[in-house]
Design a protein around this ligand. Structure first.
Ligand code: 5GP
Length: 116
């Protein structure tokens, strides 16, 4: 059986972590090492999808729910509601937790967007 991910262990109360909000299938945490004034993680409660590509292929409705939830959280946690959504996909792209999650970054980012 797959080991529970760090996010599953937080969800199950096995290690500390404040769950900011949740739906039937998703939950949100503040990132422990914020890279922006607002840096949240939106995470499916299931850990069966290691990355966003697998989530999109298997359950596109859950991916759409995740984006809708991210937008709602950005509106609640930032003044302007603007946000950047990042899915690191693969170790060489910086992914460290292989339980799909979106980084929701906001609250005053550089004007320069990724890749620009
Ligand atoms: P990745 O590098 O996989 O895209 O993102 C994993 C994120 O999880 C990192 O930004 C890291 O700071 C965050 N993280 C790792 N461990 C914990 C933890 O125990 N609690 C919280 N809230 N975030 C964590």
């Amino acid at each position: 059986m797959t080991e529970p991910s760090i996010f599953t262990r937080i969800l199950n109360g096995e290690i500390p972590g404040e769950i900011l909000a949740e739906t039937d299938r998703l939950f949100a945490l503040r990132d422990i090492a914020p890279q922006a004034p607002v840096h949240l993680l939106v995470i499916p409660k299931t850990q069966e999808y290691p990355n966003v590509a697998e989530l999109a292929a298997a359950d596109p409705a859950l991916l759409a729910e995740l984006i809708e939830f991210a937008e709602k959280l950005a509106v609640e946690h930032t003044e302007d509601g603007d946000f950047r959504l990042v899915f690191n996909t693969g170790a060489n792209a910086g992914q460290t937790v292989f339980h799909v999650h979106a980084h929701v970054l906001g609250g005053g980012l550089s004007e320069r967007s990724v890749g620009a």
